[in-house]
Design a protein around this ligand. Structure first.
Ligand SMILES: [Zn+2]
Length: 253
């Protein structure tokens, strides 16, 4: 029975051997595509320079981790004007260049990460036979392209702490859609001002009562109306009332 359909391998691969190492199913693969396109000039190369072995983790099979031992070739580019003389054959979309996992495993870990988050994701991948770590799951999520910020008319801006109050960043919210649209690595006036400069459509900036974001808005979005957000207004009001009442209480004693 041909094994290729069982492993759902794309065309251009041949299975040469199977072995088992502890719990892992190891499959030796040979790339058999007749030619490979030079990544620089795009011409089809057929002259083989050498072979080397790549280890790739793939989707588990019936709960067993699967590892491919893939024999990859290096080709000569024979186009005399091309500066690239030797290159490694491209196996996309099955495997990205220099990746240590197949693209389908990469995507499954990404989907699990999006559905569960890092810590819980590891519990799910463990049960499925996918060997990964919390950090890898988070890296897969971070590898997703970010949605463009788009048109922003009403902007909410505030700071947040990365590491329990030791490092601060800035969070930007579209007040009309109530969605976080961007995160900045610090809370410096210049950083926020530069961000706002690239959005001349901003008409309103809601910020805290401190001076940094107010001056960022004055510099980066001078056309916008500024207002203090409700949370900080109420916080300031509460603190003012507290001070006033404690003075009254002290005077009444
Ligand atoms: Zn070339």
């Amino acid at each position: 029975m041909p094994i290729i359909p069982l492993l759902a391998l794309p065309l251009g691969f041949e299975v040469t051997a199977f072995s088992r190492q502890e719990e892992t199913l190891c499959v030796s693969l040979l790339s058999t595509q007749a030619c490979s396109r030079c990544p620089l000039c795009g011409s089809a190369a057929t002259r083989i320079h050498s072979r080397y072995q790549r280890k790739l983790a793939d989707l588990p099979s019936t709960g067993q981790p699967v590892r491919f031992l893939l024999s990859v070739r290096k080709f000569f580019c024979d186009v005399s004007t091309c500066p690239r003389k030797i290159f490694t054959e491209r196996l996309a979309p099955f495997v990205a260049p220099r990746a240590r996992v197949t693209q389908r495993l990469f995507q499954i870990v990404q989907v699990i990460g999006l559905a569960t988050g890092g810590r819980l994701g590891v519990r799910v991948t463990d049960r499925l036979g996918i060997q990964t770590t919390r950090q890898t799951i988070l890296r897969r999520i971070m590898a997703l392209p970010t949605v463009p910020v788009g048109h922003i008319v009403e902007l909410g801006i505030d700071d947040f702490s990365f590491r329990r109050g030791r490092t601060f960043g800035t969070i930007l919210v579209n007040l009309q859609t109530r969605q976080i649209i961007d995160v900045l690595a610090d809370r410096k006036t210049e950083t926020s001002a530069t961000w706002m400069t690239s959005h001349p459509e901003i008409r309103l900036v809601s910020r805290d009562r401190g001076g940094d974001y107010a001056s960022a808005a004055a510099t980066g979005a001078p056309q916008a109306v500024q207002c203090a957000d409700r949370f900080h207004m109420l916080k300031n009001l509460g603190e003012a009332l507290e001070g006033c009442l404690s003075r009254h209480l002290a005077a009444g004693k």
